[in-house]
Design a protein around this ligand. Structure first.
Ligand SMILES: [Zn+2]
Length: 130
């Protein structure tokens, strides 16, 4: 769920919490894939059949690819969550994360690809999160 949809239906804090849970699930996935890769590499026996060796190399390669993918997803999602969280404080009343959705528009220069216009629920101040 992207930020605009989450702000419409839930809240910023729920979106942020969900981002952190998802990115840490990617971290756990990457760690398990790393263990899978290590086990596959350890089990490669060059004196066994060629098919068994190829299967272990394929499992190890798949695990390494999954580990790399999970690490990139973890970093991307955590970076995005932190980037948005850094803009979630109202500059007028210093309230953090109490936002309501106003509008969304495409912005090629924004990290998310679009800018979300938000309003502080405490004082009504509006700004864009990009
Ligand atoms: Zn405010």
């Amino acid at each position: 769920m992207n930020l605009a949809e989450s702000l419409r239906s839930h809240s910023f804090r729920r979106w942020y919490e969900r981002q952190l849970v998802e990115c840490h699930l990617w971290l756990v996935t990457g760690f398990l894939a790393l263990i899978m890769t290590a086990i596959a590499v350890e089990m490669i026996a060059f004196r066994d059949s060629a098919a068994g060796m190829v299967a272990m190399i394929a499992i190890g390669g798949g695990g390494a690819a999954l580990c790399l993918y999970a690490w990139l997803k973890f970093n991307r999602q955590l970076g995005l969550a932190e980037h948005v969280a850094g803009q979630a404080t109202c500059s007028t009343c210093r309230t953090y994360g109490r936002l309501s959705f106003v509008s969304a528009s495409h912005d090629a220069g924004a990290v998310m690809g679009w800018a979300v216009r938000v309003r502080c629920r405490s004082c009504g101040h509006e700004w864009s999160i990009a």
